[in-house]
Design a protein around this ligand. Structure first.
Ligand SMILES: [Zn+2]
Length: 150
């Protein structure tokens, strides 16, 4: 277990804009990455963290909005509904910026767990928002790209 360095915008924008690659091996290295992401997220007091944010170009993220710890490997949002723009959004890779971002209130996500088992699950509210935010990271999208113009 280790706390890794979180890369930040704008200095590390080149990396943050990269599209992460799907995980194909559900091995010990993946377990170490998941453990490190969890430790790093908690240490930085974040609600979610994607592998790209520690410089690893893999479609892996962890989310914990204070309810439970969630892990997603190769996540894909297959359904979304409703609108959630209640909470201001921030990002450990975009320090000191908080903005209202329009997100779905309910999502259905397909993903794999650390053992390579496929799941389809529903999430809502703050968890849905955080998962959308982390999935964006895997495609090189930052939340500041999605801020509604006033
Ligand atoms: Zn982020």
């Amino acid at each position: 277990m280790a706390i890794r360095k979180i890369i930040t915008y704008p200095q590390d924008e080149e990396t943050l804009r990269k599209v992460s690659k799907p995980v194909t091996e559900f091995d010990d290295r993946l377990a170490v990455l998941l453990a490190d992401l969890k430790d790093t997220m908690h240490h930085a007091q974040g609600a979610g963290l994607s592998a790209i944010q520690v410089g690893v170009l893999k479609r892996v993220c962890v989310v914990d909005v204070g309810k439970r710890h969630l892990e997603f490997i190769n996540p894909k949002i297959i359904k979304q509904s409703g609108v959630n723009r209640i909470k201001e959004e921030g990002c450990l890779s975009v320090p000191n910026v908080w903005e209202i971002v329009k997100r779905p209130n309910k999502i259905t996500v397909e993903f794999y767990d650390r053992n390579g088992v496929f799941h389809t699950e529903n999430y809502s509210g703050y968890e849905a928002k955080a998962i959308c935010h982390e999935c964006d990271h895997m495609d090189g999208i930052l939340f500041i790209d999605r801020v509604e113009k006033k």
